[in-house]
Ligand binder design. Structure first.
Ligand code: CP
Ligand code: NVA
Length: 298
């Protein structure tokens, strides 16, 4: 594995191997005898805010023996208009790998092409692959497996989280229902490209949640969409709350990648009721990303 640019470019064996490795790394945390990044320097270039991703990568790279620097795009020349391909060619001559959070997926692809160093997508408008790995790890820990489970994604069905979940469902074969207002569902040509008969779309959240084991939600307005009141108004019926969850399987879990907007996509009561799972999911960012870094360093 040289890069992690998307879930789309992965396959079932790779996903399974990464989750298995994350389980091992989590169990062995504190035993830092394996240092696959020893002698390496990594950088993070972020043009969007972050708590979990930034901290988990800083800790993860260090725990694997490397060093890491955080480069806000405002502080480097990228923020003044220096092209990504020039930034990539400079950094590629100095560092060993780069973790990028930005808007356009193409910027991450271009960085990997021009830098010729390992590149990890830490969230773009298209995908959030690191988060999905942590989500899958959490499902495995809480339910034992995703096989035979009904998973639901409720909210903006056409954002980075829903798309990464859809690709994961395609490769791993579990049932995924995406419940979203029609105008916030992935377009037909995109779904045709994914070609996953086990993924269905609906605008009926109650129908989606019926018998579901994993209920997953995310913000209605992703970073860069702040203030889009018209879009936000579409989601009135899509809040994950006690009434909606009364239709789920008895042993369901609730996931939220965080940050959460209480009384918008999730009620305060449900977030707190499922806080153990949701914050375990946040912690799992560290373990899942260490698995990615270790796979790249091999
Ligand atoms: N879930 C997630 O990516 O969180 P941050 O935006 O805080 O990194
Ligand atoms: N869809 C959200 C995910 C945040 C981790 C966003 O892009 O803002």
């Amino acid at each position: 594995m040289k890069h992690l640019l998307s879930i789309e470019e992965l396959d079932a064996p790779t996903l399974n191997a990464l989750i298995d490795s994350a389980v091992t790394l989590k169990a062995e945390r504190g035993n830092h005898s394996t240092q696959p990044l020893a002698g390496q320097t990594w950088a993070m270039i972020f043009t969007k805010s972050s708590t979990r991703t930034r901290v988990s990568f800083e800790v993860g790279v260090r725990e694997l023996g490397g060093s890491i620097m955080f480069l806000s795009s405002n502080d480097i020349q990228l923020g003044r208009g220096e092209p990504i391909k020039d930034t990539a060619r400079v950094l590629g001559r100095m560092i060993h790998g780069c973790i990028i959070r930005t808007f356009d997926q193409q910027d991450v692809v271009d960085f990997s092409d021009f830098s010729e160093i390992p590149t990890i997508n830490a969230l773009t408008d298209e995908e959030h692959p690191c988060q999905i790995l942590a989500d899958l790890l959490t499902v495995k820990e809480k339910l034992g497996t995703w096989e035979g489970k009904k998973c639901v994604f409720i909210g903006d069905g056409d954002n980075n989280m829903s798309r990464s979940w859809i690709w994961a469902a395609k490769y791993l074969g579990f049932e995924l229902v995406v419940a979203a207002p029609e105008s916030c569902q992935p377009p037909k040509d995109w779904m045709d490209k994914v070609n996953a008969p086990n993924v269905t779309l609906t605008s009926d959240p109650v129908e989606a949640v019926k018998g579901a084991h994993v209920i997953n939600t995310d913000v209605w307005l992703s970073m860069g969409q702040e203030g889009q009141a018209e879009k936000e108004a579409l989601f009135g019926d899509y809040q994950v709350n006690a009434e909606l969850l009364s239709h789920a399987a008895d042993d369901h879990i609730v996931l939220h990648c965080l940050p959460a907007y209480r009384e918008k996509e999730i009620s305060e009561a449900i977030l707190e009721l499922h806080a153990d799972t949701i914050f375990q999911q946040a912690e799992n960012r560290l373990h899942a990303q260490k698995a990615v870094l270790a796979a790249i360093a091999q």
